[in-house]
Design a protein around this ligand. Structure first.
Ligand code: SAH
Length: 257
């Protein structure tokens, strides 16, 4: 029996130019591409697919099982996530399903994660250069993580003055976490700390808003938004966030002293 292949592929933030060449070639060669229907729709007219199985957003376990089954049966299967499949994406779940079935890489199926541009770097590019120093990413979704765990991590990274990226910041039914995140951050950061709200980065409807920690409107934030909160040194220059890394511009002759 021919040995199947299992690829977990990050599609990048949305624009076809930001789909990695390796991702494109793996998708084209796949017998079947498995993913949330919205992500498969995003590939229409961009990458010709030989077969596709679309599912709903929350059906991740079923999707991973189906993909593993079909790869085990000898097919070349690609599972897609937006951004990077290894960042709050399908890569870990697929590997967990493989592990639960005593998968042996020597015996197959083959397994490969194809990286993609994740939301925080896509959003940062549009906001300026906010990630030039240490940063942390926190998902505000408590669907799979208990809120006390999220709160403890927020407190820790706020305290340590990381630049912070918030994924899954706010949905129509889940509005409290963003409010509490703001309270936690305001306890240790200046009210005028720069905040970038980047919605639909590199997708239709892209919007970048530069705000401050105490003044941004929660209504401006939804599940298509990545929120970037500056550290104590982050400032805004003509609509762009910049977090200085510590270079001495005057000494290097880049500006008049
Ligand atoms: N695997 C994805 C993240 C999935 S979590 C990645 O690596 O990017 C989903 C969250 O990512 C969204 O709620 C939003 O906060 C963020 N996100 C994903 N794509 C985005 C985009 N194009 N623009 C802004 N934020 C995005």
């Amino acid at each position: 029996m021919k040995s199947g292949e299992l690829y977990v592929v990050g599609l990048g933030p949305g624009h076809p130019d930001l789909l990695a060449p390796r991702a494109r070639s793996v998708l084209e060669a796949a017998d079947v591409v498995v993913g949330y229907r919205g992500y498969l729709a995003q590939l229409e007219g961009v990458v010709p697919l030989r077969g596709a199985v679309a599912s709903e957003l929350t059906q991740e376990v079923e999707r991973a099982r189906l993909a593993v089954d079909r790869a085990w049966g000898g097919e070349r299967v690609a599972v897609v996530s937006s951004g990077d499949a290894g960042v709050y994406g399908m890569a870990g779940l697929v590997l967990e399903v493989l592990a639960a079935r005593d998968w042996d890489p020597e015996a197959g199926p083959g397994f490969e994660v194809v990286p993609g541009i994740t939301a925080i770097t896509a959003a940062a590019a549009l906001a300026g250069a906010p990630l030039m120093h240490d940063f942390a990413v926190v998902s505000l979704s408590d669907r799979l993580t208990p809120w006390p765990v999220i709160r403890r991590r927020l407190q820790a990274v706020a305290e340590a003055d990381f630049v912070i990226g918030l994924y899954n910041p706010r949905s129509p039914r889940r509005t409290a976490p963003l409010e509490e995140a703001r309270r936690i951050l305001l306890a240790v950061r200046r009210p005028d700390t720069p905040v970038a709200l980047v919605r639909n980065a590199y997708r239709p409807g892209q919007a970048v808003s530069i705000r401050t920690l105490d003044s941004f409107m929660p209504e401006e934030v939804d599940m298509f938004t990545t929120v970037i909160v500056g550290n104590a040194a982050t400032r805004v220059y003509r609509g762009r966030l910049v977090t200085p890394r510590g270079y001495r511009l005057a000494e290097a002759g880049a500006v008049d002293p």
